[in-house]
Design a protein around this ligand. Structure first.
Ligand code: CA
Length: 249
């Protein structure tokens, strides 16, 4: 059995500064019916900067995967409703290329092979260490990004989406993890208005409290930091926010 108190203490006191996950709003669907394990994993992964949507049965997982977009799925095999293999099979039939990490108490070779045949990307057998899970998650997410996704250029700004750095004229801007998450969302939709709802959805998982003005405060802070580079964040009343580079508009 995973020693949760030790694992959580580790996550709290030993954040891995090299992890790209700490600086982005990557979204993970966590499918686990053991509520103690699910709660502990949700908490730990959120502390590492992921947005986590927990579900505790296969049918809910299938529904979530039909209606939402995820960067990774952590999937238990023994589940009420559809089991993990069925969830995986249905997901792959829809041809979504979201990476899937299977989490299971079972360790038989045939199940491992079946899972990989059905399109799982990796396996982890319980009990496991949290740092091991996080390391595997980082590998899968990185592998899923092609090199063309790595750098985004916008006016004088160059964003390294793996290193989670923002450069202007060769200088790295001093941005917090949250600033970078917000900027990344705006950059991925540059030239289009990004609604407050979209920002909220990307930044927070289900059931997490979102302060009334959390988005406004985050935008305000980021706007000030981007000002010297000539990048503006326009507020489009009633619609959302629009990133604008120098010379535009
Ligand atoms: Ca289970």
């Amino acid at each position: 059995m995973l020693d949760l108190s030790v694992k959580l203490a580790y996550a709290a006191v030993c954040p891995d500064g090299r992890s790209p996950s700490r600086y982005t709003a990557l979204r993970i669907l966590l499918v686990e019916d053991d509520s103690i394990l699910a709660n502990a994993l949700s908490l730990a992964l959120r502390q590492s900067g992921y947005v986590v949507d927990p579900v505790n049965d296969g049918t809910s997982a299938d529904h979530a995967l039909t209606h939402d977009v995820y960067d990774l799925v952590v999937l238990d095999l023994g589940l009420p409703g559809l089991d993990g293999m069925q969830v995986l099979k249905r997901l792959r039939l829809r041809k979504f290329r979201v990476p899937v990490l299977i989490l299971t108490a079972r360790d038989s070779l045939s199940e491992r092979v079946d899972g990989l045949d059905l399109g799982a990307d990796d396996y982890l057998t319980k009990p496991f260490d949290l740092p091991e899970l996080e390391a595997r998650i980082r590998v899968l997410i990185r592998r899923n990004h092609t090199t063309s996704d790595v750098f985004i250029e916008y006016g004088p700004l160059r964003y390294d989406s793996v290193g989670k750095r923002v450069m202007v004229g060769g200088q790295t801007l001093d941005l917090s993890a949250r600033d970078i998450s917000v900027l990344e969302i705006l950059l991925l939709r540059a030239g289009r208005v990004v609604s407050k709802e979209h920002l909220t959805e990307r930044l927070y998982g289900w059931g997490e409290a979102v302060g009334d003005n959390a988005i406004e405060v985050g935008i305000h802070r980021l706007r000030k930091k981007l000002e010297p580079a000539g990048i503006s964040i326009l507020t489009i009343r009633g619609l959302g926010y629009l990133l604008e580079k120098p010379g535009a508009g």
